[in-house]
Design a binder for this molecule. Structure first.
Ligand code: NAI
Ligand code: 2YC
Ligand code: MG
Length: 259
């Protein structure tokens, strides 16, 4: 499981503001608007309790504070508990939380105590970044390339297939690629005969996963992947519309999915 570092979370508000303006430019909607159309839900003054968790590699500096900033950015009433783990959970419920946000090294969840709905960050993140890619207003092509078909990428690829896109896929893990081809009907990318795309969704923990031969001018790259799938040089050279942020967009998706 690729864990966030405190540095990934530096200036999370700035990351979120910049990502929001690119999402608006690319799709015509802001992140809230994407969430509303994706899930058909809207906040109804839910109170969010953020519980630090010490399990495994322990507390990640800035993680809880980032979730506090993110939930406030999206207009939620939220707080971080003083206690962690079980005591923090108890404190959150006693303090009137309707939704619990907490993460260990394997699962980052949002649990709505009122309606019982629960969300996992990995599929929630894949689905919203895929949805953003699918709303690329700068092209009328229905072709999209998905790079990375893991815990985030596969649900995103499935979402794009369900939306009727012609989904090309690539993953260095051949087994995962073959599974996605057989279960989703995606087209395995033939790296021998490169094709240029106007829309990409990438979800890998590696840098430079999208070669220049696949890029087209003003293409949209929607990626939660850390580090970034393309270099700054290529982003500038092709004026790539890069939607990339380290925690907030995926968290918003989780929250709207449990409303
Ligand atoms: P995962 O390990 O389940 O999946 C990653 C997939 O990428 C694997 O199938 C792997 O074979 C493939 N891959 C690795 N290098 C590749 C390459 N060069 N070309 C093609 N495929 C390659 O990881 P998961 O959980 O899906 O996370 C993916 C990334 O998303 C990680 O960097 C993670 O930190 C990040 N993430 C970001 C979030 C955000 O809000 N920004 C939220 C959740 C995850
Ligand atoms: O500070 C804390 O409460 C820690 N237990 C938080 C651990 C989060 C570990 N997960 C991750 O870093 C990644 C993120 C990209 C979001 C999902 N998994
Ligand atoms: Mg995100």
């Amino acid at each position: 499981m690729a864990l966030l570092t405190p540095d990934d979370l530096r200036d999370i508000n700035k990351q979120l503001q910049e990502a929001d303006s690119i999402v608006r430019r690319v799709t015509g909607l802001d992140i809230k608007g994407i969430c509303k159309t994706l899930y058909g839900t809207s906040p109804n003054s839910e109170k969010i309790g953020i519980v630090p968790v010490t399990a495994g590699n322990g507390i990640i500096k800035n993680f809880s504070a980032s979730l506090h900033a993110i939930t406030q950015y999206f207009g939620f009433d939220s707080f971080v508990t003083d206690m962690s783990d079980v005591s923090g959970y108890y404190e959150a419920v006693q303090s009137g939380a309707n939704i619990i946000l907490m993460a260990d090294d394997h699962t980052f969840l949002a649990h709505n105590l009122k309606n019982g709905k629960i969300a996992n960050n990995q599929p929630s993140t894949g689905i919203i970044y895929a949805e953003i890619a699918s709303r690329n207003q700068k092209t009328d092509s229905k072709d999209v390339l998905v790079v990375g078909l893991g815990k985030v990428g596969f649900p995103g690829a499935a979402h794009l297939v369900h939306k009727g896109f012609r989904v090309y896929g690539y993953d260095t893990d051949r087994t995962l690629l073959e599974q996605a081809v057989s279960s989703l009907g995606i087209i395995p990318l033939d790296i021998e005969s490169p094709k240029r795309f106007s829309t990409f969704f990438e979800a890998t923990p590696c840098a430079n996963t999208i070669p220049e031969t696949l890029l087209s001018e003003n293409c949209v790259l929607s990626t939660p992947g850390i580090p970034c799938a393309i270099s700054e040089e290529l982003r500038l050279k092709y004026n790539v519309q890069l939607v990339m942020e380290h925690l907030g967009i995926g968290t918003a998706s989780m929250l709207y999915s449990v409303m």
